[in-house]
Ligand binder design. Sequence first.
Ligand SMILES: CC(C)(COP(=O)(O)OP(=O)(O)OC[C@H]1O[C@@H](n2cnc3c(N)ncnc32)[C@H](O)[C@@H]1OP(=O)(O)O)[C@@H](O)C(=O)NCCC(=O)NCCS
Length: 167
Amino acid sequence: MVGCPVVDCVDYGITDRRGRPVTLHPVTDDNWRAVADVAPRDDQRAFVAALGARYLLLSLREDVWHSLAVCAGGRVVGHVMWAFDPEGGAHWLGGMIVDADHQGHGIGRAAVRTLVRWLATHEECREIRLSYHPANTSAARLYETCGFLPTGQQEDEELIAALPVAR
Ligand SMILES: CC(C)(COP(=O)(O)OP(=O)(O)OC[C@H]1O[C@@H](n2cnc3c(N)ncnc32)[C@H](O)[C@@H]1OP(=O)(O)O)[C@@H](O)C(=O)NCCC(=O)NCCS
């Protein structure tokens, strides 16, 4: 974890459309079950893992990705993870899931904006990258409205988008 400060709670006062604070938290003994249970809608399973548990295991088994709990009003409603690629020099955002019951209330956008702002505090952060399936129009629109632009590159079947971080 290059230059990663210990995170207790990432909170920039960004709220969802109901005015609930959207915050990011480390996965702990207290919240891991709720994070593991985060699930997209059935029709979204073509784009992401069926459960947050899959991403939690990825974070635990390899020292690449770092899972965070997404909370709205203090309650776990999603999962997101980040990584730093020392070779490419970019930070990455991945595993973004807002639980099916909580979608459409501005939580996804608040979580992405919060994570972007926090990653940008890392000294070595120059660019944030992510990828999404070309048919995942919700994700494409979400990331576009957060400032990510398609790079024209692809990884596996997914399109890569990037956000430069001003210094
Ligand atoms: C993509 C996802 C994270 C968005 O989370 P969310 O909390 O529902 O999103 P928000 O309410 O913050 O909406 C943010 C923007 O996303 C886009 N969006 C969200 N749901 C959408 C939908 N059903 N159709 C089209 N656009 C959609 C819109 O641009 C929306 O902004 P707007 O409402 O101002 O138009 C959520 O739908 C999800 O978990 N999907 C399944 C997992 C996934 O695909 N993750 C991304 C992998 S790359």
